[in-house]
Design a protein around this ligand. Structure first.
Ligand code: PLP
Length: 427
């Protein structure tokens, strides 16, 4: 029988790179055990929500057209609401991506004359056009919604005094991004976000607190909705779709906020009553069912990558020992060439499109050129193993996903292999 080293050899990983990986891995077992325990808790949470709502085969039937009385769709929304402990949820294939979900949540709950505040610095790149930080047709700014921002303090914590000063009678909604996105600040823990929300509510209890929850779902045992968030928002081709959802986004929150989102998504007067499921319900339910363990695999990959690259002298965010609040691992590679080599390795590990070479390109919604490695079953899915980053200093690659830990491991080993082959890294 061929050994595991032979198998890795066939996939392009040399014994030296494999051995280096094994040495790093030896120290990570206790952390992997803790991740498995977290997944066990979240698996129970998801199953309990499905049982409570009596999910059955009728939920998986396809509907078309208006989709009136769509039991599967309505129950899925109850499952999300119960799992994340919110009054209501909007979970739809008609929400095309995370940016769309966030744009709905913001557009539905902000009116002309209102002000949007980000108390956590610059938001995710695509949100800049939604808000109008970068001029854009149909931005919130065009509709008369102004924007204020309070940057994080140099140590990455909240500038509470600055936030207090920035809150005015016009402040209607605070947008809090959990994950670092394309920044190199730390990701916030749910507890930290809860403290921030409590602070904001202590100043004015009627300010809506929305959390961009992308990449954070199921990383901890609680979500920001457990600690006061009025809305949590995310993409189904990230954590909660479990790799199976082919499209979609969710907004979970108070009934008042979610109702408005439903009217914004469809039309005033229609709301949540319309929207056919198009036969996607099995994937959305089954994906949500798998999401806790898929997220756990991705988390192990992120920790493995941090430990590999930190040992080789690269700055990694989070570092090799920090606790985790999302599945993203940033590795500051220092050059465009290293980004191309790293992404080439991730791509070569993929089950799909492994033969293509990722190169930097201009992408809609992003200011700099972006390089993306992804060999995914679902196009653009970043719960599947993927790496991307804007071509700008510090030339950080953002690594995330992996439907299985074993695949994430292969991707990381091949990224390292490519850096070794290019002479950028010496083991
Ligand atoms: C991915 C992401 C988004 C946008 O989601 P898309 O599905 O790519 O539109 C927004 N915010 C954060 C933090 C993200 O990671």
């Amino acid at each position: 029988m061929e050994t595991i080293i032979d198998m890795y050899g066939k996939l392009g990983v040399t014994p030296a790179v494999y051995q280096f990986g094994e040495e790093v891995l030896a120290s990570l077992r206790p952390r992997f055990d803790a991740i498995d325990q977290n997944a066990e808790y979240n698996q129970a949470k998801v199953i309990a929500a499905m049982q409570k709502n009596r999910v059955d085969a009728a939920c998986f039937a396809a509907t078309t057209g208006y989709g009136y009385g769509d039991v599967g769709r309505d129950k899925l929304e109850r499952v999300y609401a119960d799992c994340f402990h919110t009054e209501a949820a909007l979970v739809r294939p008609q929400i095309t991506c995370g940016t769309h979900a966030l744009a709905i949540a913001l557009g539905a709950n902000l009116l002309p004359g209102d002000e949007l505040l980000s108390p956590v610095g610059r938001p995710y790149d695509t949100l800049e056009e939604v808000i109008g930080i970068r001029e854009s047709t149909c931005s919130l700014k065009e509709y008369g919604v102004s924007y204020a921002q309070v940057d994080l303090l140099p140590d990455g914590t909240f500038d509470y005094e600055g936030i207090r000063k920035a809150i005015t009678p016009r402040t209607k909604l605070c947008t809090i991004q959990r994950s670092k996105g394309y920044a190199t600040r730390p990701t916030f823990s749910v507890t930290q976000i809860g403290e921030l929300i409590a602070f904001i509510k202590s100043i004015r209890s009627d300010i809506i607190c929305m959390v961009d929850n992308c990449y954070g779902e199921f990383v901890e045992t609680i979500e920001p909705s457990d600690l006061g968030a009025d809305m949590i928002v995310g993409s189904l081709i990230k954590n909660p779709g479990g790799g199976l959802a082919p499209i979609g986004g969710y907004i979970c929150g108070t009934k008042a906020c979610v109702d408005r989102c439903a009217y914004r998504l469809s039309a005033p007067g229609l709301g949540q009553e319309v929207g056919a499921n198009l036969g996607l319900m099995t994937s959305l339910y089954q994906g949500f069912f798998l999401a806790p363990t898929v997220t756990a695999g991705a988390l192990k990959g992120a920790i493995f990558a941090a430990n590999i690259y930190e040992r080789l002298g690269f700055k990694v965010v989070p570092n090799s020992t920090e606790s985790r609040h999302d599945i993203i691992q940033a590795v500051e590679l220092g050059s465009e060439a290293a980004m191309i080599a790293f992404c080439g390795g991730i791509q070569a590990a993929a089950p799909v499109d492994s033969y293509v070479t990722p190169l930097p390109w201009d992408m809609p919604g992003y200011e700099n050129q972006v390089i993306m490695a992804a060999g995914a079953f679902i196009s653009g899915s970043s719960i599947e193993l993927s790496a991307d980053g804007p071509i700008r200093p510090p030339y950080a690659v953002y690594f995330q996903g992996g439907l299985t830990w074993q695949h994430a491991k292969l991707g990381i080993l091949l990224s390292l292999q490519r850096l070794v082959d290019a002479g950028i890294v010496k083991l």
